[in-house]
Design a protein. Structure first.
Ligand code: ZN
Ligand code: ZN
Ligand code: FE
Length: 760
């Protein structure tokens, strides 16, 4: 029998996920003595005992870590035998330079949900029940290491009962930092017009009754406030839309359980796994015919509904199917139009006054506001659309080491990214950096991440667009702190982000299909239909879609009819009044637009595919004016006939994909009275076809067969699925986003990757 000691250092997501109790129990099982401790770089363990038991211990830890833990590295070193009297959990140790990832927030677990509805349980119907396997994490963390005094639970003094569980190594709540019970923890209350109408259980019942009565509620949840109402009450929805000034933009829906969602939507296995995961994102689902009314009210002109399940005990209590409570609730981020989500009690009452009739409040402070995450399913895989709660601040694990770099992101759907070692901490979804409130929330989030993960950037990477607030932020920090900055082309950043996510670790190039709405090009034009040959370091713009003008500049984004006119004129098509956009515009408007195009007044050039989708949407009469971003393209996709596989003619000449013949063919079909659903499908097929054709040309020239798809256009499921099919058919290896969204939320990671390689 040989005896030894062994020191194990674990890095990764190992705090706030029940790691220490797990280690404690494993050590007891194997009759080992020693200690375990959280440090600011992870978890340190020393074990002492028989070599064979030590080996079993480490093998088990590697193979079967606690379910929510993610081990990124585990190092083992043996030392001479020096036994301890028992196995203990030591206090956390913090060292100034270390850092570690922090667990995202975790949806309520099965055990806690069971206790929540168990009348003899101490925490029966307690809206803040949690354990080491579930509950708030990132949204309550002020500092690392993740221990109660460093969270917003610091001011809640544990009662004897909770304290006993907290210190009992075999209890599920052993060292559960947000542990609480009705006697010692946070509480809820309901208020309206400054008057508290009820507390605790009564508050929840008032909220349910008010919602049933058609009122609009502001509900404080995990990462901020939601606005809630009965999703099938037309008056309530109309009121909410009117108050929020949001005429068509879809609302997220919450139902008590998966069975209820199944009544309304088709749920694939992948979608069900996502819905019931510990992250509980909103998942875009295909509605069943029964959902007609719901679709009309909550996602007009769309072909999917966004559903999620209750992810906190409070949500479960609210949606409990009893007393004829509406089974589907709208749960939309509580904010004024495009401002960040409200998350503080007083601020909410200030800001949401005109939106909500009553407030369900609680007194557990939120230290970091965060929106709900959104997923689609493409290619039978989870496909991120918005990455926030449940996912951030999980780092993207990179294929190589980096230096500390800050990527400041783009304009819309902004995120930022901080890198260190093999980690890229891509922030949660911040929003559109177009107003002061969002900018403030962006700046404070950057500070918070820099502190939490102890990253002092030595380079700042930003977009090339000089007017983006994220670019100006980079200029400002350069001016104040002398940190050098690197400007990264938008579409290059898209492809670099995709490569990093897909663990691309070589200097070789890939083909990049970088399709989106807007990105600043080095030639001063607005890019957006770019086929690149790109490595991390550099890119060549091998093909582009032909330039057309954007009459009125940004106005053309809000008015797809303007883009339709531009494309018609560019293709030399006569502006006949039988064409829907011509019919839609007044003759005066049409005159101005023509004047802008012909004289190049306020008419920047663009190769954007986003704008091309807008133009076609208007051209076939689907949408001439939008009231939320991407609406025209989303509606164009929604009507596309999945049984249609034909295409339109389109030409590739030198390095330009020429859309003119495509536009002519669409107009011909229109005049023949072809159905919009057919035209839409043929248009989608054409874009996917010509993209693959261009890839084939590049493959012949260079031998490259990896194709990275990035940019907001790839949120389009129809286009993406068909393009992936065709790419595979022709022997390409497509790379798609799976961690970050393909939209501009991925730009910050790409900026960091490019800056890293250009800086070296
Ligand atoms: Zn739990
Ligand atoms: Zn307690
Ligand atoms: Fe983009």
């Amino acid at each position: 029998m040989s005896l030894q000691n062994c020191i194990i250092q674990v890095t990764g997501i190992v705090q706030g996920v029940g790691f220490r109790p797990f280690v404690y129990n494993l050590a007891l099982q194997k009759s080992l003595t020693g200690w375990v401790r959280n440090t600011s770089h992870g978890v340190d363990i020393e074990i002492s005992g028989e070599t064979s038991q030590i080996e079993q211990f480490t093998a088990h830890l590697k193979q079967f870590p606690p379910p929510l833990a993610q081990i990124h590295n585990l190092s083992i070193s043996f030392t001479p035998y020096n036994p301890y009297s028992k196995f203990e959990i030591y206090f956390s140790r913090d060292s100034e330079t270390d850092f570690l990832p922090i667990s995202p927030d975790i949806s309520i677990c099965k055990d806690c949900a069971k206790e929540l509805f168990d009348p003899i349980n101490q925490r029966y119907r307690y809206p803040f029940i949690n354990c080491t396997n579930c509950g708030p994490r990132f949204t309550i963390t002020n500092h690392i290491p993740y221990d109660r005094p460093n969270t917003s639970m610091v001011n809640f003094q544990m009662c004897e009962f909770c304290e006993k569980e907290y210190h009992d190594p075999v209890n599920r709540r052993f060292h559960a930092q947000p542990i609480a019970c009705p006697n010692c923890g946070p509480k809820v209350w309901f208020e309206a017009n400054g008057v508290t109408l009820g507390e605790k259980e009564k508050a929840i019942q008032i909220a349910r009754q008010w919602l049933k009565d058609g009122k609009i509620l502001a509900i404080k949840g995990l990462g901020g406030f939601h606005l809630a109402c009965d999703a099938q009450n037309k008056t309530a929805i109309d009121t909410l839309r009117q108050r929020k000034n949001r005429s068509d933009k879809p609302f997220a829906l919450m139902a008590f359980d998966i069975a209820t969602i199944k009544k309304y939507c088709e749920i694939s296995d992948v979608a069900e796994t996502l819905l019931t995961s510990s992250q509980s994102p909103i998942v875009l689902l295909k509605p069943k015919p029964i959902s007609g009314v719901l679709l009309n009210l909550c996602a007009p002109h769309q072909n999917h509904l966004g559903f999620f399940l209750p992810y906190t005990p409070l949500h479960l209590l609210l949606l409990e199917p009893e007393n004829e409570i509406p089974e589907i609730w709208v749960m939309t981020s509580a904010n004024m139009s495009e401002e960040p989500i409200a998350y503080q009690n007083e601020q909410a009452i200030d800001q949401l006054g005109i939106l909500a009739d009553g407030y369900l409040m609680h007194d557990r402070p939120i230290t970091m506001r965060i929106d709900d995450s959104v997923f689609s399913v493409i290619d039978n895989l989870p496909y991120p659309i918005r990455r926030a709660r449940g996912f951030a601040p999980n780092p993207v694990l990179l294929p190589f080491d980096t230096s500390p770099i800050l990527g400041t992101g783009a304009l819309l759907k902004n995120t930022f990214c901080l890198s260190r070692d093999r980690y890229a901490f891509v922030s949660h979804y911040i929003g559109d950096l177009e107003n002061f409130e969002t900018l403030q929330s962006y700046q404070s989030a950057i500070n918070h991440y820099e502190n939490l993960f102890r990253i002092k950037p030595n380079v700042i990477a930003c977009d090339m667009h000089p007017d983006y607030l994220s670019t100006r932020y980079a200029y400002d920090r350069h001016a104040q702190e002398k940190i050098p900055f690197i400007e990264v082309q938008h579409h290059h950043a898209h492809i670099a982000a995709n490569m990093a996510e897909n663990q691309w670790d070589s200097k070789e190039s890939v083909i990049g299909l970088s399709y989106d709405g807007t990105g600043f090009g080095p030639d001063g034009n607005i890019w957006g239909g770019e086929i690149l040959i790109a490595s991390y370091q550099s890119f060549e713009r091998r093909f582009q879609f032909n330039y057309v003008t954007m009459p009125g500049g940004d106005l053309a984004i809000k008015f797809p009819a303007r883009m339709a006119i531009s494309h018609l004129i560019s293709a030399g098509i006569e502006l006949e009044s039988c064409l829907p956009p011509i019919n839609f515009l007044t003759s005066h408007e049409l005159e101005i637009i023509q004047h802008q195009i012909n004289n190049g007044i306020n008419a920047p050039m663009t190769s954007s595919i986003g704008r091309l989708f807008d133009a076609v949407s208007s051209l076939i009469g689907q949408r001439h004016i939008i009231n939320y971003e991407g609406q025209a393209a989303i509606e164009l996709e929604a009507i596309a006939d999945e049984k249609e596989f034909n295409t339109y003619p389109i030409e590739i000449y030198r390095n330009v994909i020429n859309i003119k013949s495509l536009m002519k063919a669409i107009v011909n079909d229109l005049k023949k009275g072809e159905k919009p659903s057919t035209i839409s499908a043929k248009f989608h097929n054409t874009i996917s076809d010509v993209s693959v054709q261009a890839c084939q040309i590049i493959k012949i020239e260079t031998g490259i067969k990896h194709v990275a798809l990035s940019g907001g256009v790839w949120q389009n499921k129809f286009l993406t699925s068909r393009t992936l099919d065709k790419l595979r058919q022709f022997g390409f290896v497509p790379l798609i986003h799976q961690i970050l969204p393909p939209n501009d939320s991925c730009i910050s990671l790409g900026q960091v990757m490019v800056a890293l390689h250009q800086n070296n």
